[in-house]
Structures are given as C-alpha cells and as structure tokens.
Design a protein around this ligand. Structure first.
Ligand SMILES: Nc1nc2c(c(=O)[nH]1)N[C@H]1C(S)=C(S)[C@@H](COP(=O)(O)OP(=O)(O)OC[C@H]3O[C@@H](n4cnc5c(N)ncnc54)[C@H](O)[C@@H]3O)O[C@H]1N2
Ligand code: MOO
Length: 425
C-alpha cells in the first residue's frame, strides 16, 4: 500500500501558480508574500454613531449640567469634505466616518440628547427624516477622554507590513484581509481539475429506469463529490461502456481539461475489465499506467501512471476498483493526497487518531490491511464498526465518519482494544 502511495505522490508536482481573482483563489495556497500597500484603517475614524468633540469642551459634562455644543455638520462614512470642529462645537459623526480636524474624541449619541433638547437619546433620527439634525445644538451628558471611540489610522495593519505569507491557505478571513487592503487578484496554486470517469456497461445514470442486470452509477457521483471536498474542480463524466477503444477515446477527449484523471472499475481480472485493457501497455511509455494488487481490503486492485502526449495534454491517472466502497476508500487513501499534493496544501493526509473500539472486531482478513467503516465519537474517543467488510455496502459507508484500520497481521480485535482511525470529516 505504502509503495503505491509513495509512487503516486513521488511522481506528482504541485501545479504551476497562476493569478486568480479572490473568490476563485478560495482554498488555494498563496505563493507570494503579500504586503500592505496602505495602512488599515487608512484614516482616523469613529467607532460609534455620535458626535465628534473637543475633550476640553465636554470635560465637566453631566446629565444635570450638560455641555451645550453647536453642531457644525454631519459626517457620514465616505465623507470627503470635513467640517472643522472649533471650541464649543461638535460634528455629528457616523461609525466609520473620518474624524474631522479639530475633534479629539467621539461621544456616542447615547451620551447626548441627540439634539432633541430632551433626555438621553437612544439613537439618531435618520438623515432623510431630519436633515436639520446636522445643525442646532447638542447637549453632551458625559466627558470623553482623548481618542475615545476613535480607531486610529494603521491600528489594524501598517503600510508596508506583511499581510499574508506565501504558503497560507486562503480561507474566508484571509480573503477578507486581501480585499480590505485592496487586492483584487493573488498568485496561488490553482485547484486541480479532476476528471472522474466510471466504467461499466451495467451502469445507468440515477433518474433513469433500470433494465435487467443494471445498477445505478454511484461511483462517478461519489468521487466527483469527494474530489470537490478535497479542493479540486471536479468534472464528472458519465459511465463509459466496457469497450477499450471507447474508453481510450473518452480519456483522450478529456485530457484537455484534466490535471488528474480518476477512473473506477475495470481493473480486476475479469474478461470485461476495460480500464486495464485500454491502458495496459499503451505505447512503450515508462511513465504509463501500471496496475498493482495491494495488500489491503477494500482497494486491492489499483492503477497509476501518466496518459496523453507530452506537454499540457499529459496527465496523471489513478485507476480505482469498481466496488463502491473500494472506490471511495481508494479515493481517500490515494486520490485525496494526490489532489492536495497538486494544490501544494498540507497536510496531504487525513487525520489519524488512536481510539478505543468497545465492540471489537470478530475477524479481519490476514495478510491485508483492512479499512472498516466506523462511527467515531470524539467525546469518548471511541469508534464503532458500521456494517460489515463487504465492498458493496454503500449504506454503511453513508453512515460512517471514519475508517478503522486493522493492520495486516491482525485477524481480530478484542472488545475494548485500541485501533488507528482515519477521520473522514
Ligand atoms: N477473480 C477475481 N475476481 C475479483 C478479484 C480478484 O482478485 N480475482 N478482485 C475483487 C476485488 S477485491 C475488487 S475491488 C473488484 C474490482 O473490480 P473492478 O475494478 O474490475 O470493478 P468492476 O468489475 O467493474 O466492478 C466491481 C463491482 O462494482 C460495481 N460498480 C462498478 N462501477 C460502479 C459504479 N460506477 N457505481 C456503482 N457500482 C459500480 C460493479 O457493478 C461490480 O459489482 O474485483 C473483484 N473481483
Ligand atoms: O479490494 Mo476489493 O477492494 O475488496 O472490493
């Protein structure tokens, strides 16, 4: 198993960086150090809706003996022209608006009469309803220290400082910072474009009637969804019939948009195992797809190699077994790390914890590493097997959140024994 994984990861390189718009770069790895072009905030501004005042004017203010100030204007967020606040004056100011010249602090509107001549205000009248609110007088009921309710220029981050380091994965908070400093695009490693093909003449797309001997194609949906979860852009190609020439032609058509191809089915030893037939010995290319049998269950038959002619149309291909649980487990163990390697994100592997298995496991195949589906309870640090070991048990897979790992030499696990558990979410 580890030989196959090493082969896959050892032959993949992270994709070349490109410049992407912020939302397209979400989840990607930054490959440049981003410095801040302008200070944040770019100017001193108010953190409250209130009045911009001079400290000395309100030093003795109380509700009984308010400081009565002349209101010289309104300053909304975005105001470019600012009134000067001279002794005995105040300007009505909104959250985020620039502190006007002369003012040293902001008193929240709740500390004033809001210009009403009455008691403490609970808010301001809307500008549209009372444009005269920007004039007249305001009674201030409390003193304010210098810089009270003022957010200083550069208090978030200064011009020239490092905003984000190369190697950062861009989540929502990092995208917030990039937008706040005015960056529209950034240099990142792109999401890999992963083409998922299922194979099998028995497969019918969900939504259509089933004929005799037919089943629904679940793998292409499962793996496209898993590829997206892993960070890729997934292209699901419907099931290809068991015909080597058709499969080869389909793969060639897809290469134009593939950084990685994933196939399911057709890798065993049957007479209709089309992936093996189509890709084995395709040319005498040393890098071509090779097939292996791994000492694991599920996921025994696996293939990996490169397909297509040189340059942009050459892409790695992972051939996974067709049994639905085998395909999904193989994806988790080999494809997900491959996608993350192409993206340059770490860690490439799922988290593995050591947990207690109160029920134990009656039997496990000797000589094969077994990945049983399980439900992991983090509070108890315990895991319970879900369903049996059969590679067709899709329902049990849908109710699992972990894989229980039973090593090659293990043939059973005592109740209360400890096992490694791969966490799937
Ligand atoms: N004689 C032997 N037979 C098998 C061996 C073996 O060593 N000797 N290995 C078994 C193991 S293990 C696996 S895993 C499977 C792998 O088979 P293939 O990869 O060739 O897959 P298929 O034969 O095409 O399909 C297997 C099974 O899965 C169903 N299937 C396939 N694709 C889909 C899909 N997209 N959605 C839902 N279900 C799918 C298919 O109908 C079959 O039932 O080989 C064993 N046999
Ligand atoms: O490896 Mo097959 O992987 O048991 O179903």
């Amino acid at each position: 198993m580890s030989e196959h994984l090493d082969d896959v990861l050892g032959r993949l390189r992270p994709l070349d960086p490109i410049e992407l718009r912020l939302l397209e770069a979400q989840g990607c790895v930054l490959v440049e150090d981003v410095t801040v072009p302008v200070a944040l905030p770019p100017f001193d501004n108010s953190s409250m809706d209130g009045y911009a005042v001079r400290v000395a004017d309100v030093a003795a203010a109380s509700e009984e003996f308010p400081a009565v100030l002349t209101v010289v204007g309104d300053i909304a967020a975005g105001s470019g022209e600012l009134p000067r606040v001279s002794p005995g004056e105040a300007a009505r100011i909104m959250t985020g608006a620039p502190l006007p010249p002369g003012a040293e602090a902001v008193v929240p509107v709740e500390w004033t009469d809001g210009g009403s001549g009455g008691g403490p205000a609970s808010g301001m009248l809307a500008h549209s309803a009372a444009p005269e609110g920007a004039g007249g007088e305001v009674r201030v009921h409390r003193p304010a220290a210098a810089r009270a309710h003022v957010r200083a220029r550069g208090s978030d981050v200064g011009a020239g400082e490092l905003a984000l380091r190369a190697g950062t994965v861009l989540g929502a908070p990092q995208i917030s910072l990039l937008a706040a400093i005015g960056r529209a695009t950034v240099r990142v490693r792109p999401r890999p474009r992963v083409v998922v093909l299922s194979t099998g003449s028995e497969l019918v797309p969900p939504g259509e009637p089933l004929g005799p001997g037919q089943i629904y194609d679940s793998n292409s949906f499962a793996l496209a969804a898993a590829a997206r979860d892993a960070g890729a852009i997934a292209y699901r190609v419907g099931a290809v019939t068991d015909d080597a020439a058709t499969l080869r032609a389909t793969i060639e058509d897809q290469l134009i948009r593939a950084d990685l191809l994933v196939t399911t089915g057709g890798v065993s030893v049957g007479a209709y195992d089309v992936v093996k037939e189509a890709l084995t010995g395709l040319g005498d290319d040393a890098d071509g797809v090779r097939f292996r049998k791994l000492a694991m269950q599920p996921g025994k038959p696996q293939g990996f190699g490169f397909v297509g002619e040189g340059g942009r149309d050459r892409a790695p291909l992972l051939a996974l077994p067709g049994n639905p649980v085998s395909a999904y487990v193989s994806f988790e163990l080999f494809v997900r790390p491959a996608i993350r390697t192409l993206m340059g994100v770490e860690p490439v592997h799922r988290t593995v914890v050591s947990a207690v298995c109160p029920e134990g496991v009656a039997s496990s195949l000797p000589g094969r590493r077994q990945f049983l589906r399980g439900r992991y309870d983090a509070d108890e640090n315990a895991v319970t097997p879900v369903g049996g070991s059969g590679s067709h048990l899709v329902k049990a897979l849908a109710h699992a959140n972990a894989l229980i790992v039973l090593p090659e030499e293990t043939t059973s696990l005592e109740p209360g024994g400890t096992v490694d558990v791969v966490l799937l979410d």
